[in-house]
Design a protein around this ligand. Sequence first.
Ligand code: GH3
Ligand code: MG
Ligand code: MG
Ligand code: MG
Length: 312
Amino acid sequence: FPKPIAVAALVDAIATFTHQITEERYRILIVDDAQEQSAFSALILQQSGMETIEVNAPLLLLDVLASFQPDLILMDIYMPGCNGLELSQVVRQMDTYVNVPIVFLSSEADLKKKLGAMSLGGDDFLSKPVLPWHLTSAITSRVKRGRMISKLADTDGLTGLLNHNKSKKRLEAELTRAKREKISLSIVMLDLDFFKHVNDTYGHPAGDRVLKNLANLLKQNLRQYDVIGRYGGEEFLVVLPNADALTAKIVMDKLRICFSEMSHLSDEGVFRCSFSCGIAAFPDLDNASDLIEEADKALYEAKDGGRNQVVI
Ligand code: GH3
Ligand code: MG
Ligand code: MG
Ligand code: MG
C-alpha cells in the first residue's frame, strides 16, 4: 500500500487561509413588528449561543432571508400591512427555503386558528408570553432536525460526498467569494478510467468500493474548505479555493499517483484503477458554467492522451 501523502500541508504552504470552517452557530431570523418583543426573543436565543437577526418591517424579510440564510424563522402573526401566515406561505414557495422551519410566536389563543397556521407551512406554534426555556428548546430541536434533513438532502449516499446539486451550489458560492476576496480558484473534473471495464470484470459491488475508496482518499488529503462532490456516476467535481491551475495540477497529480497504486478488493482478487482530471481556473474564466465546460474539455484531452493524467 502507498504511504499517505500530505497534500493538505503542501497546499497550505502555497496558499494562505482566507476563512475558517467551524461548527456554525444556529442562525435565527426573528420577524415581529413589535421591537420589544423581537429584542426579548433575540436576547434569550443569544444567551443560548445562537445568532439572531430581527426584522421589524415584515416586507424586508425577503431581502434579509438571502443575506442571512437562517436555520429557522421565528414569526409573529399579527403585523400591520402584512400577515405572518401569508408571509410564511411566500417563503415556502421559494425553492431555497422549503426546508427552513417556521415557528409562529403569537398571542393568538384560538386553537382553530393555531392549527390553521400549522397547515399553512408552520412547524410549531408558541404562545406569547413564552417562557425562555420553552422558546430555546423548541427552536433547538427544530434546527437540529432541519440541519440533519438539509445535510441528507445535500449528501451522496454511497460516498458521503456532496451530491451534484450541492457541489454546483458550493462552486457558485466559492466563486463569488474568490471574486470578492480577489483570490484564485481552481476546479477539477475527475473521471475514473475504464470504469465500465472495472464493473464488467470485478462486479458492481467492487466498483462501488472503488468509488468509496476514491472519496475517502479525496476527503483525507484535501483541505477542509475544499469542495468535493460526486458530480455524476463515476465523475467527481473538486473546487480548490485559493489555488491556481498549476497548484491544482500538483495536488491532483499526487492524488492520482496515490490512487493508481491503491489496491481494491473484489471476489476475483485485488485490482488497481486510475482516474483522469481536467482543470480550469478563475480568474482565467469567471463564471461557473464556463469553468465546468473548460474543465470538461481538459478532461476529454486527458482521456484522449491516454488516461491516468491531469490536464490544464
Ligand atoms: P472512460 O475511461 O472513457 O471514462 O471509460 P469508462 O468506462 O469509465 O466510461 P463510461 O462512461 O463508458 O462508463 C462509466 C461507467 O460507470 C458505467 C457505469 O456502469 C459506471 N457507474 C456509474 N455509476 C456507478 C456506480 O454508482 N457504481 C458502479 N459500480 N458503477 C457505476
Ligand atoms: Mg404583532
Ligand atoms: Mg469513466
Ligand atoms: Mg464518465
